[in-house]
Write a protein that binds this ligand. Structure first.
Ligand code: ADP
Length: 170
């Protein structure tokens, strides 16, 4: 079975063990995918997040999914794009590897990622997709779990970019 799937859709609708949230450092919600996840999970998610004390850029923290179909939400904070010389690539890579590490620790079988940092945070989409795909492929080489990783594309442009990048590396 192919461990990686690239789909187009809304991550909040996915029936997977965990979805990843492109959060901000407060972990108290925001716009974009973060707002959509909080709306779909319900107010209990925000209450739970208040107890976590925020999250550093590149790090990840896990919460229940509450009203989401997904059992868990892994919140990670992507870097804001500031031209590329401010450790953006390294920090984005950490988002993917720390999220995969948490999933592995929790014996999560299926996990879905959005395109972290590529919305309001302005990370160039093709470069971000290269990091996403390569970091996950490397992790899957060394680990049995998760068995299934889904890259969720929210626009036709993202779908095209992910498919091209995946073709190149797989
Ligand atoms: P960031 O602040 O990390 O840039 P954004 O939420 O602004 O986060 O954007 C990250 C990516 O998530 C963008 O590609 C955006 O199109 C996408 N996105 C927004 N809403 C959803 C959703 N409901 N499901 C999947 N992806 C989404």
């Amino acid at each position: 079975m192919n461990k990686i799937k690239i789909i187009s859709g809304d991550i909040t609708k996915l029936d997977v063990d965990a979805i990843v949230n492109a959060a901000n450092r407060s972990l108290l919600g925001g716009g974009g995918v973060d707002g959509a996840i909080h709306r779909a999970a319900g107010p209990e998610l925000l209450d739970y997040c208040r107890s976590l004390g925020g999250c550093e850029t590149g790090e990840a923290k896990i919460t229940p999914g509450f009203n989401l179909p997904a059992k868990w939400v892994i919140h990670t904070v992507g870097p804001v794009w500031r031209g590329g010389d401010n450790r953006e690539a390294e920090l984005l890579q950490s988002c993917y590897s720390n999220s995969m590490n948490i999933a592995h620790e929790k014996s999560i079988k299926s996990i879905a990622f959005p395109a972290i940092s590529t919305g309001v945070y302005g990370y160039p989409k093709p470069q971000a997709a290269e990091i996403a795909v390569n970091t996950v492929l490397k992790f899957l080489k060394d680990h049995q779990l998760p068995q299934q990783v889904i890259f969720t594309c929210f626009s036709p442009e993202d779908l095209e970019i992910y498919n091209q990048v995946y073709k190149k590396y797989s």
